[in-house]
Design a protein around this ligand. Structure first.
Ligand SMILES: NC(=O)C1=CN([C@@H]2O[C@H](COP(=O)(O)OP(=O)(O)OC[C@H]3O[C@@H](n4cnc5c(N)ncnc54)[C@H](O)[C@@H]3O)[C@@H](O)[C@H]2O)[C@@H](O)CC1
Ligand SMILES: [K+]
Length: 483
């Protein structure tokens, strides 16, 4: 997993390090990394380094200091570098002195020539603001940015993106690449921040070891490859976990088919379907064992309940029976609405039974009120409140455990925003729960595999949920590097 650390954690690590390493050394290392990345981008876009033009957008703090030092390094490579100072009186003094000594030219960003300097650049380095950013770009920086056509290399974070939430509420830098220090920050991986950051490169600069436990984690392909359950030599159909699916209705049999399809494809265990869509499910998935009711379903190691069951009496009965079953359960769609509308249903739950709730924003609002701008904090709170894993769907999917651990899955597109896509996700989660995976990991791995399957299925064109489900085997093969 890849860790993500908050600005406070980075500052604490820096403080710890300050006893051994002078601040300027850290800045020097950071700036050197920025300069290397700049030369790579120049080569990529202009085919050369020497003789090109770089403009630095320099704010009032150490982020601007990094940019100025990077500018000094670039001067040594024969680059013409202009620093546009957004707060000339507060530009990092040592950085500015080093930059000027290296032959860099600095000018007040409010002068009329600043715009044309920004427009002529082959590459722009964004040192406007970093870890201490609040709110969108100030108007002067936003106006300057309007002139830029060249690729932008962001120092630490793209300016205008909230470092803590990834939120973009106004003008913000859209970087081709971001060089950050110590570890990823929430602003790189959450919400719009992920798109604004471009390709993110993490430089250790000596900070990484001092960062401690990450605040959030990202699932990467190697986690999926290692943890995705595949049958071993001693496995049989029962040993890998039996998934129960309580979904669909006579009116909505499609949800039942989609949940079952994902559960069948995710793992090699057995799938039992229980509900009024039994005949339709059997027609599509003869390998599923179907029954009319949860009570008749037989033993399972997990349940997925909710999609298409309706929010009336019959849906309520289904949910009640599943919650009483005492096995890990993925609670999705109508089952979430039922829990929101009937508080007494919570009493049916065995307190030792792990639940995974998978709301979209509307269902989340029904449960606990609207999702706040700080989505991670909202989901963390909900997980603690319900003593359940809560997975909030979106392009950025946030998965919180009751103990505060948070996983994030950032989809590379929005192809999964299609009807029935959530049914596929809940089938995947059910299968991983049945295999015995920790419920928080089960939800996180399922979300990552789901977005990978969506990307593979779409390859640039819209898809439906059936195609998404059909791409699950290809996504598993890709994660296991078998394709
Ligand atoms: N923390 C660390 O360990 C290291 C930090 N370094 C750099 O230091 C940066 C943090 O520096 P600082 O704490 O001095 O702060 P910044 O450079 O992030 O911000 C400076 C000031 O800009 C103002 N500001 C806030 N939001 C703004 C906005 N939207 N538009 C314009 N101005 C805004 C604030 O007055 C803020 O104090 C990091 O992002 C990184 O680039 C590196 O030099 C290396 C090590
Ligand atoms: K920046």
């Amino acid at each position: 997993m890849r860790g993500v650390w908050t600005a406070d954690q980075v500052r604490a690590a820096e403080k710890q390090l300050a006893e051994r390493v002078p601040e300027t050394t850290l800045m020097y290392r950071a700036a050197f990394g920025v300069a290397i990345a700049a030369t790579e981008l120049l080569r990529e876009h202009r085919g050369r380094v020497s003789g090109t033009r770089v403009a630095l957008l320099v704010g009032a703090g150490n982020n601007g200091g990094d940019a100025l030092w990077a500018g000094a390094f670039l001067r040594e490579r024969g680059v013409r570098v202009d620093a546009l100072l957004l707060a000339p009186d507060r530009a990092h003094p040592a950085g500015l002195a080093a930059f000027r000594a290296a032959g860099g030219s600095a000018l007040d960003a409010s002068t009329t020539t600043a715009g044309s300097v920004a427009a002529r650049a082959d590459l722009v380095i964004d040192g406007i603001v970093g870890l201490s950013a609040h709110g969108p770009l100030r108007p002067s920086a936003a106006a300057l940015l309007e002139h830029v056509t060249a690729p932008i290399l962001a120092v630490d974070l793209p300016s205008g993106v909230d470092p803590a939430t990834g939120e973009v509420t106004g003008a913000a830098v859209s970087a081709a690449r971001t060089v950050t220090f110590g570890g990823l920050k929430p602003g790189h991986v959450l919400g719009a921040g992920a798109d604004h950051s471009g390709h993110v490169e993490v430089l250790d600069i000596g900070l990484t070891a001092a960062l401690g436990e990450p605040d959030l984690s990202l699932v990467d392909a190697s986690d999926l490859a290692r943890a995705w359950p595949v049958p071993g030599p001693d496995d049989d159909k029962y040993s890998q976990g039996v998934v129960g699916v309580a979904a669909g209705s006579a009116v909505y049999p499609g949800a039942a088919v989609l949940v079952t399809s994902a559960a069948v494809r995710a793992t090699s265990g057995m799938v039992r379907y229980a509900g009024p869509a039994a005949d339709v499910v059997r027609d599509h998935w003869p390998e599923a064992i179907v029954t009319g009711t949860v009570a008749d379903a037989g033993r399972v190691q997990s349940w997925t309940v909710g999609p298409g069951i309706g929010t009336g009496d019959s849906g309520r009965d289904v949910l009640r029976q599943v919650l009483r079953a005492g096995v890990p359960t993925c609670v999705d769609a109508d089952a979430i609405t039922l829990l929101a509308q009937n508080e007494n249903l919570w009493d049916e739950r065995d307190p030792d039974t792990p639940l995974v709730l998978t709301p979209h924003a509307g269902e989340f609002a029904r449960l606990v009120g609207p999702v706040r701008a700080d989505r991670v904090a909202s989901v963390r709170r909900a997980a603690a409140t319900f003593d359940a894993v809560v997975l909030l769907k979106g392009k950025t999917t946030v998965i919180a455990a009751p103990d505060g651990r948070v996983l994030v899955d950032q989809a590379r597109g929005s192809w999964a925003a299609t009807a029935g896509s959530g049914d596929v996700l809940s089938g995947l989660i059910g299968a991983l729960l049945a295999s015995g995976l920790d419920p928080w990991l089960a939800a996180g791995y399922a979300a990552a595999m789901h977005s990978s399957a969506a990307e593979l299925a779409a390859r640039g064109a819209p898809i439906g949920a059936s195609a998404l489900s059909a791409a699950i085997p290809a996504a598993i093969r890709r994660a296991r590097r078998l394709d």
